[in-house]
Design a protein around this ligand. Structure first.
Ligand SMILES: Cc1ncc(COP(=O)(O)O)c(C=O)c1O
Length: 359
């Protein structure tokens, strides 16, 4: 079976982990510091704060941006649940703005329409690896004195107008879960140019403590281990080549889908670098098979697929009071992700292309 995702772990990662294990410093230590420096440099951001996951890094980002109980945070209904949950962790209210049906990202107009005097932050997601339209978002947030946070958990190395994801808002958050464009096993990172956000996030990550066993505020243990950071340092060196492979695979798939009526290939905006965390097609009602049938057929051909996400967040039981968001709901019923990861061989890609055409 060709899997929908596969981490590529080489000898370099294994040796780096071995070195950490032999050093005796296995929790947060020098490798984490080094990884924070290297990763933030890669993103053209001044500071990096490593965390135990993308989810905990999101929580730190919102708290460090001053999100408090009762505040509103505008975000997307079409993402992994962690995006919205991190807002609930702050006892703030997620306000869902509908997505653009071409890019699956929330856009400036929808966001502007949802701003109230309670809005503290906008949390955008660069879904599937394609950055949001950040220029107008920056202007809107600046005009309204609102923090702009990037959920870049799927966008390592992506760019908007030549600027890297991770440097486009007040701060950004990445995940290093094994399916992501690079991994540390579990792990996350906050990047920012704002020293106050970085300091605050570090404090909250360490049980609210700057001096050992002195706790100024309520904090958490959201630390990354040196074992994870050692993997991350090696993966970071390979990230650009991983992304180049993803792009090449995506181009081949799009080529194969030309002329297949009823299936829409991903639409890539002209001013962005899309890093294809996912290659997501739409199986529309014009196609002669349902999405379930397509999944089944591809499975029979030995091709794994994924649906990200089958239920939009505002329809999940814990959020279900929210009104209909039609583009997100339509996307949930049509999207289907195909393998695009750098572990695919040329033969794998050709097999996926053939199977699509034979549908
Ligand atoms: C968009 C998005 N946000 C947040 C997360 C949470 O990251 P993690 O799984 O590392 O906690 C993920 C990862 O799945 C994600 O894809």
């Amino acid at each position: 079976m060709i899997p929908i995702a596969k981490p590529l772990i080489g000898e370099e990662e294994k040796q780096a982990v071995q070195a950490v294990l032999s050093s005796g410093v296995i929790a947060q230590g020098p490798r984490v510091k080094e990884f924070e420096g290297e990763f933030s440099k890669y993103c053209d951001a001044s500071y990096g704060v490593a965390a135990s996951s993308g989810t905990t890094a999101l929580h730190l980002a919102l708290l460090a941006c001053g999100v408090k109980p009762g505040d509103e945070v505008i975000t997307t209904p079409f993402s992994f649940i962690a995006t919205a949950n991190s807002i609930l962790y702050c006892r703030a209210k997620p306000v869902f703005a509908d997505i653009d049906s071409e890019t699956f990202n929330i856009g400036p107009d929808e966001i502007e329409a949802h701003i109230t005097d309670k809005t503290r932050a906008v949390l955008v997601v660069h879904l599937y690896g394609q950055p949001c339209e950040m220029d107008s978002l920056t202007r809107i947030c600046g005009d309204n004195d609102i923090r702009l946070i990037e959920d870049a958990c799927q966008a390592h190395g992506a760019e908007c107008k030549g600027r890297k994801a991770g440097s486009l808002g007040d701060c950004a958050v990445f995940s290093f879960y094994p399916t992501k464009n690079m991994t540390t096993g579990e792990g996350g990172m906050l990047t920012t140019d704002d020293s106050e956000i970085a300091d605050r996030a570090r404090l909250l990550r360490e049980h609210g403590s700057k001096v050992r066993y002195h706790h100024d505020v309520l904090g958490y243990n959201y630390r990354m281990t040196d074992i994870a950071a050692a993997i991350g340092l090696e993966q970071l060196k390979k990230l650009d080549s991983f992304n180049t492979a993803r792009k090449g695979n995506a181009e081949r798939l799009t080529e194969a889908l030309k002329g297949v009526e009823g299936i829409e290939a991903p639409i890539v905006r002209g001013d962005v670098k899309h890093v294809f965390h996912q290659y997501t097609i739409r199986v529309t009602s014009d196609f002669h098979r349902t999405r379930d049938e397509v999944v089944q057929r591809l499975k029979e051909s030995g091709i794994g697929t994924g649906i990200y996400y089958p239920v939009p967040i505002h329809k999940q039981p814990i959020y279900k009071s929210d009104p209909g968001l039609l583009n997100a709901e339509a996307a949930s019923s049509e999207v289907l992700s195909l393998p695009v990861h750098p572990g695919l061989t040329g033969e794998d890609v050709e097999k996926i292309c053939r199977s699509l055409q034979e549908l």
